[in-house]
Design a protein around this ligand. Structure first.
Ligand SMILES: [Zn+2]
Length: 232
């Protein structure tokens, strides 16, 4: 099969070109200065091989612009940037990994995509575990709001998704993957749920704000740069 032709029959399109199929995913380590130390992030990019390759190069270039703010980051960053470029040349078709990410998010079965609550589990779990930790009180809040908004919300199903956090894509990446495969009504219902979770502690922290804005953009609910839309 020629490169990039992909397998169209499962209907998952590459979020970047929206023409080829979603056929691979790559995880890129990102390093950020954090005081005197450095913070490592993992960013997962899913799409067709050509777009994932382009994104890896682009992300590596971006890292070279914003990762230079601490001594440790200055040491670590060239390694990360090199890794990004090398990784970009070795992207192979990896349908299994895309499936694994969707499975981790609880939506690998096409039937799941018809249940808004399944989409809600994945995004809410990705949101509350995006700091790498699962706090019982966050799970509690997400569950109780979830039960109010979705009649079929099941706390155990939600917990199972949240516990797969190691394999979960970031909320922004998951939103990109879901953009083409979820209907508008579901996106709005789930986004409303995420806003409610973020607002549960009475104030929306700036980083939560930024994350919600990115999720809304990646889900196709707002134009890029239009800002956080409370009416969504
Ligand atoms: Zn593509």
């Amino acid at each position: 099969m020629p490169e990039g032709t992909g397998n169209q029959k499962d209907g998952h399109l590459c979020p970047f070109c929206k023409t080829k199929s979603l056929e691979t995913a790559a995880t890129l380590p990102k390093v950020r200065g954090d005081g005197l130390g450095a913070q490592f992030d993992l960013k997962t990019i899913a799409g067709c091989r050509a777009c994932v390759r382009k994104q890896l190069v682009y992300q590596s270039l971006t890292a070279s612009l914003d990762g230079w703010t601490s001594p440790a980051a200055i040491v670590a960053n060239p390694i990360m940037i090199t890794y990004g470029f090398v990784r970009a040349t070795t992207v192979r078709k990896d349908v299994a990994r895309v499936r694994r990410l969707l499975r981790a998010a609880g939506v690998d079965d096409p039937e799941d995509l018809r249940r808004p609550v399944r989409i809600a589990y994945g995004l809410a779990a990705a949101l509350i575990t995006s700091d790498g930790k699962v706090y019982p009180e966050e799970v509690q809040v997400a569950s109780s709001i979830g039960k109010d908004l979705f009649s079929d919300f099941d706390e155990e199903e939600f917990l199972a998704v949240a516990e797969a956090r190691r394999d979960l894509p970031t909320p922004a990446d998951l939103a990109i993957m879901l953009n083409d495969i979820v209907d508008e009504k579901t996106k709005r219902a789930v986004y409303k749920y995420l806003v409610a979770i973020a607002a549960a502690d009475d104030e929306v922290a700036p980083e939560e704000h930024a994350m919600l804005r990115m999720i809304a953009e990646n889900l196709g609910l707002t134009e890029p740069g239009r800002g956080f839309d409370r009416s969504v």
